[in-house]
Design a protein around this ligand. Structure first.
Ligand code: NAP
Ligand code: GDP
Length: 331
């Protein structure tokens, strides 16, 4: 079977697309693109207030209520390097419970297509670069985020097993996943201790500017990351939902040439805030994995006309969103 549908899937007004994690960074970006492109169908963006997805009966109640035809499963217990190192049991239990509940409901309630979200953090630590989709299970993950990594890897396996079962039982349900690199954008978690590096640095730069203090960047600033704007990730995810029909995961990332060091992105943030004070690297803090360079070759082979938002423009949009929404932003 070809990786691409012969004709893209056409949503109708009878379709219900349930987006778990709909109140988070990625979910809000999907909502933004769905509205901007005026996509048909009923779109339901769920947050944890709508139901705790770790609880099977809460999940079933949501599926009974909305009767989704498609599910984008983005909800997860998420965090940056430091949260990953400190809350491993929750990273495993919460994520495995949510994933098992959502995928089992998708199968039981006959959802036609479910796309779940993995992460490039979950690939093996010792790996040949660039990382490609087929290397997900070929070695142990980095110790700093092993709990999150194994939970995501089991989500991939559960998708495979449900596909096998669906074929055996003659059911229409199909399961696949996307694998984003580091995401950033409006509605991110700007908490300095628990969030990811870009929103954490934005918040720290904001505070340094307000308080006239130094801008502290954790670690050496040397590790490399591929940062993907959440609106670009959302466009790729929606493209995947409508066009891609393979069960193999597909990477969502910028090209290898656009990989940046933490020091470089800290400088871009400093520029976006017009911060003229000192930028200091606190090398007593962990660097985490040095790099996890991923290949966007598969996405660009299948979707060659995709246009990325330029990095500096996306940083400015995110900083402006943070400034405009400072009081209510997660921080
Ligand atoms: P996020 O901003 O922290 O949002 C997490 C979402 O999950 C929120 O909508 C949250 O709901 C929901 N959620 C968490 N626990 C829940 C529970 N027990 N029951 C119901 N909902 C729950 O995270 P994100 O960055 O958008 O991440 C979305 C997906 O992308 C995740 O699968 C993550 O692993 C993946 N990913 C993220 C990155 C990144 O850099 N951020 C990179 C690669 C992959 P409330 O906010 O309403 O509580
Ligand atoms: P990762 O990409 O999964 O490792 O997670 P993060 O998004 O948390 O990025 C971690 C990298 O950014 C490490 O090299 C950290 O040392 C570095 N870093 C620099 N300053 C910060 C910060 O304020 N918060 C976080 N989370 N990481 C930071």
């Amino acid at each position: 079977m070809s990786e691409l549908r012969v004709q893209p899937l056409v949503l109708t007004d009878q379709d219900v697309v349930l987006v778990t994690g709909g109140t988070g960074l990625f979910g809000k970006a999907v909502e933004h693109v769905v509205k901007q492109d005026n996509l048909p169908g009923s779109w339901v963006f769920l947050g944890s207030k709508d139901g705790d997805l770790r609880d099977l009966s809460a999940c079933k109640a949501l599926f009974e209520k909305y009767k989704p035809t498609y599910v984008l499963h983005l909800a997860a217990f998420v965090g940056g390097l430091f949260k990953n190192m400190n809350f491993k049991v929750s990273f495993w239990l919460d994520n495995v419970n949510m994933n098992n509940n959502i995928l089992s409901c998708c199968y039981e309630y006959g959802v036609k297509k479910t796309i779940s979200c993995l992460s490039t953090c979950v690939f093996p630590d010792k790996i040949e670069y660039p990382i490609t989709e087929d290397k997900l299970h070929v070695g142990p993950p980095h110790f700093s985020n092993d709990a999150y990594a194994y939970a995501k890897r089991m989500l991939d396996m559960l998708s495979v097993w449900y596909n096998e079962q669906a074929v055996r039982e003659g059911k229409e349900s199909r399961f696949s996943s996307v694998i984003p690199t580091n995401l950033y954008g409006p509605h991110d978690n700007f908490n300095v201790e628990n969030g990811h590096v870009l929103p954490g640095l934005m918040h720290k730069c904001y505070k340094a500017q307000k308080g006239g203090s130094d801008f502290i960047v954790y670690g050496s600033g040397k590790p490399l990351r591929q940062f993907l704007f959440s609106h670009d990730a959302a466009r790729m995810l929606l493209w995947t939902m409508l066009n891609y029909q393979s069960q193999e995961p597909i990477m969502l990332c910028v090209s290898e040439e656009d990989e940046k060091s933490i020091g470089q992105v800290a400088q871009s943030i400093k520029d976006a805030f017009n911060f003229s004070g000192n930028m200091i690297f606190d090398t007593s803090k962990a660097d985490g994995q040095f790099k996890k360079t991923a290949s966007n070759a598969k996405m660009l082979r299948l979707n060659p006309t995709f246009k990325y938002t330029p990095f500096d423009e996306a940083i400015k949009t995110t900083v402006q969103w943070f400034l405009d929404n400072y009081e209510t932003a997660r921080k």
